[in-house]
Write a protein that binds this ligand. Structure first.
Ligand code: NAP
Length: 311
């Protein structure tokens, strides 16, 4: 009731109870328009079961592509654990503006935003939180009374696992969205960031916003980092490569690989062999998700529970 009178708030609650939160026809149209790829069979059954229920809050991952995302499985297990009348699904669509325009009266209450929309979605939001604005990317959208609020929880996913990590220089490999979150996170932890990227201009562009030193990946030998964060996709899937040569790794260094499939990336294996301490990308995934779940639902879920689910 902070923005209204108690009576007005009570009337709105009554209206939701009597009329539901969304228009089922509009929701069906939304699903028909955005889902272009086959949905795994279990999901289809679930959607069919809830499609006429007006009072289920909907959430989803919005990207293009995003059908490979495991987030729906995790979110739906959390909703079940907490007994929430909510469902999380995939929204695969190429156009953030058109997609957001289709949302009113559908019951969609929040989104996880993924590639390639994290930056492109900004102009379509009503309010962007200060940290997301500084990073220049939004990965979480909360929708309340048709207003869309943008947050960035990626940086928290890097910041939190670095608790207790000390040092002066942090080298960030890459200059995309994850690197921008990493630069913000290490700065908040008191490190001086250095951005090394394949494309020097892109590193320069990111540095202009942050004042960080820049270079190409091959420059790693010039710096003596206490912390190295890989924010490139090198080492993902079956890629056997490391973004920097293993010879530059030495004991006392901490290596955080943001790539999380596989969990033990070639870089982390090389770092362990060189006597470094390591943080796997699954930790970023878990911590950014815990923060996102808190923003979208108000519930603080223990990270060990998410770690168990991911395992
Ligand atoms: P992005 O915006 O596309 O940026 C990718 C960066 O990687 C660019 O700087 C690019 O350099 C560089 N790069 C791409 N291929 C390369 C290669 N073969 N060799 C050297 N550099 C290369 O992607 P992003 O959103 O920042 O994500 C980057 C990675 O972070 C993802 O692949 C993912 O594995 C990881 N990530 C993890 C989480 C998590 O929860 N753990 C969350 C988000 C992202 P150029 O500028 O030269 O093209």
């Amino acid at each position: 009731t902070s923005m209204t009178t108690a009576e007005e708030a009570a009337l709105r609650v009554l209206d939701k109870i009597e009329n539901g939160i969304c228009d089922p026809q509009k929701r069906r149209e939304l699903f028909a328009s955005v889902i272009k790829t086959d949905i795994p069979s279990g999901e289809k059954i679930h959607l069919k079961r809830i499609s006429d229920d007006r009072d289920i809050f909907l959430y989803g991952i919005f990207g293009y592509p995003c059908m490979h995302s495991k987030s729906p499985g995790i979110y739906n297990r959390l909703f079940a654990d907490y007994g929430m009348p909510a469902h999380y699904t995939w929204f695969e669509h190429p156009d953030p503006g058109a997609f957001l325009q289709s949302l009113p009266n559908t019951g969609v209450r929040g989104l996880s935003v993924t590639i390639p929309h994290k930056e492109a979605i900004l102009p379509y939001l009503d309010e962007i939180k200060h940290d997301a604005e500084s990073i220049g990317a939004v990965n979480t959208v909360l929708i309340q009374e048709e207003e869309k609020f943008g947050f960035n929880t990626d940086w928290k996913g890097i910041y939190r696992p670095l608790e207790g990590t000390e040092g002066d220089t942090a080298v960030i490999l890459g200059a995309g969205g994850a690197a921008a979150a990493a630069v913000y996170a290490v700065s908040m932890r008191g490190f001086t960031p250095v951005i090394l990227n394949r494309n020097r201009d892109r590193a320069g562009h990111l540095a202009r916003k942050t004042g960080a030193e820049t270079g190409v990946l091959e420059d790693i030998g010039k710096f003596h980092p206490d912390l190295v964060i890989n924010a490139t996709p090198v080492g993902m899937g079956s890629d056997p490569n490391t973004p920097i040569p293993p010879s530059v790794l030495h004991p006392g260094m901490k290596v955080f690989d943001l790539v999380y499939t596989p969990r033990d990336t070639p870089l982390l294996q090389a770092a362990l062999a060189a006597g470094c301490s390591v943080i796997p990308g699954t930790e970023m995934f878990i911590h950014q998700l815990a923060e996102q779940f808190r923003i979208l639902t108000g519930i603080e879920t223990p990270v060990f529970r998410l770690r168990e689910m991911l395992a």
